[in-house]
Design a protein around this ligand. Structure first.
Ligand code: NDP
Length: 329
């Protein structure tokens, strides 16, 4: 079936007039949400997918994708997400362009209210709202994002074979990105604003033992320098926080690894989360602390953060939602 179908819109009494009723509401349209939608639709659950602020998710701000299985040639991130959404629609997902402003998980069915005032009543919810990489906030960072500036070494490291790169950050992610990049790059400079790394001792020892890595402490990136034709990075301007001196470091790429922010504000106080705000799920499951609410992808995963792992979790969430509904009804 093409183009999806419109769910019956039911009117409910007392404050829920014109609410859309759904067996499954999926929040988020990245690989986790889209895959959950494909599986839920094929299980005849007539899912409603609410696409959120950045339809398609983080892949829409990347360019070449070479590690999503099934494509021998590099594909474009935005194209991959269009395909996933089209596939979800073809099998019966209703995609709604909306932002959810509030959620009440206190009763069942759960209730959700969109920015526009639209209302939903959901027997299950799959949260796939993802996470956003934190960025430095430089104008030049915007210019070169996807053209030498990246927040994912696993995704983009391969493009820097034999080149010089820099990584910004002092946590475990930055340490692991720097170590991983030495598989490709000729040299990696880790730039940390503090005097000591936040990364754990094991990672610190690995960094120290790796001859391709140099660490610059008490240093920040002031500017990313490069060319416009072709759009490419060729250096970063560093500033010492100790004495203010500036220096230009030639690099072909800059990886920003200063943390991620999971999109979980809507659920604070309603679902169990870890100290960084990621939703906790049961082992080997996408079940959250509220029965009938499932979480998949980067919103619950700060370790792997890959499109393919998110897609896998989306599949798990849909299968678990189906089992939950079957057991209840
Ligand atoms: P963290 O919050 O641990 O570290 C972020 C780093 O970025 C800090 O060193 C911080 O500096 C620096 N930073 C933050 N903002 C800026 C900025 N604007 N400019 C320059 N530097 C900045 O994030 P991670 O992503 O590294 O880790 C998140 C969580 O995931 C942690 O709990 C971590 O341990 C965990 N993790 C675990 C892994 C594992 O166990 N294998 C792998 C990856 C992550 P400062 O130190 O000065 O605050």
């Amino acid at each position: 079936m093409r183009g999806g179908f419109i769910l019956a819109v039911h009117a409910f009494g007392s404050g829920m007039a014109d609410a859309t009723e759904a067996k499954v509401v999926i929040l988020g349209s990245g690989p986790a949400g889209a895959t959950a939608a494909i599986y839920a639709a094929r299980a005849m659950l007539e899912p409603v997918l609410i696409s959120g602020l950045q339809p398609g998710g983080q892949l829409t701000i990347t360019t070449d994708v070479e590690n999503y299985p099934g494509f021998a040639e590099a594909i474009q991130g935005p194209w991959l997400m269009e395909q996933m959404q089209a596939q979800a629609e073809h099998v019966g997902t209703r995609v709604v362009q909306d932002m959810i402003a509030s959620v009440d998980l206190g009763g069942h069915p759960f209730t959700l209210t969109g920015d526009s005032g639209s209302r939903y009543r959901a027997r299950t919810i799959i949260i796939a709202t993802g996470a956003q990489a934190k960025w430095l906030g430089l104008a030049s960072e915007e210019t070169y994002k996807g053209f030498g500036v990246s927040a994912c070494a696993t995704c983009d490291g391969f493009f820097f074979r034999g080149k010089r790169v820099a990584v910004v950050g002092g946590g475990n992610t930055a340490a692991e990105e720097a170590l991983f990049l030495t598989n490709f790059a000729e040299h990696v400079t880790l730039i940390h604003r503090g005097p000591v790394l936040r990364a754990d001792k094991t990672n610190q020892m690995r960094l120290a033992a790796n001859g391709k890595i140099a660490i610059r402490y008490d240093t920040v990136v002031d500017e990313i320098l490069g060319t416009s034709e072709p759009r490419a990075v060729n250096a970063v301007r560093l500033r010492s926080l100790e004495d203010g001196t500036k220096e230009t470091l030639p690099v072909d790429g800059l990886f920003v690894a200063i943390g991620h922010t999971p999109a979980t504000e809507l659920f604070h106080g309603q679902l169990d989360m870890d100290g960084d705000g990621y939703i906790r799920t049961e082992p080997d499951s996408t079940r959250t602390s509220v029965p009938g609410v499932f979480a998949a992808g980067d919103v619950k995963d700060k370790i792997f953060r890959q499109a393919v792992t998110a897609a896998g979790m989306g599949c798990m969430a849909a299968l678990e939602a189906e089992r939950f509904l079957a057991a209840r009804h």
